[in-house]
Write a protein that binds this ligand. Sequence first.
Ligand SMILES: Cc1cc2nc3c(=O)[nH]c(=O)nc-3n(C[C@H](O)[C@H](O)[C@H](O)COP(=O)(O)O)c2cc1C
Length: 168
Amino acid sequence: MSITETAEELRFDDSLFIVSKTDLKGNITYANDLFIEMSGYTEKELIGAPHNILRHKDMPRVVFKLLWDKVQAGEEIFAYVKNRAKSGKFYWVHAYVTPIVDVKSNKIIGYHSVRRSPNPQAIAVIEPLYRKMLDAEKSGGMQASLAILDTTLSQLKVSYAEFILSYE
Ligand SMILES: Cc1cc2nc3c(=O)[nH]c(=O)nc-3n(C[C@H](O)[C@H](O)[C@H](O)COP(=O)(O)O)c2cc1C
């Protein structure tokens, strides 16, 4: 489906969470009511669809690579993500993504994402950083994009997780 991205932002209440679960490939297996409302898709359209149905072209690829590397290794990750609704409007989220582990087999059976409304101060920092990373990706690929993130973190003397969580 071709969607025209617009400059119109959607917001959601600070006290609410956008929740989804996926299978091992990132296909949506569960979406809560707020996910459905914000995305603009019906539950029927969402269940079984790949999570990149929400992918916004302003997002650097390397953010999703970091996300997948972490959760496939059984770890958690926090990330700021700009999502694209079916209408083409965008909404920023602060996502906490974790693997779902089967207690009996101790194997990862899917993934879970819980998203809050981000602090606008964080977005004021993240937006220009992502823009720089995306530009770097266009010419130098993911390595160049990662180098920008690493330089930013080392200048601030913080880890990725500390950086992401520093705007709480
Ligand atoms: C639990 C979970 C939640 C995800 N949530 C989003 C999301 O909200 N928006 C998004 O663009 N990608 C999300 N992704 C990442 C997508 O699977 C995908 O990697 C990303 O959209 C980039 O698309 P691409 O891999 O086709 O380039 C999520 C992945 C997982 C495992």
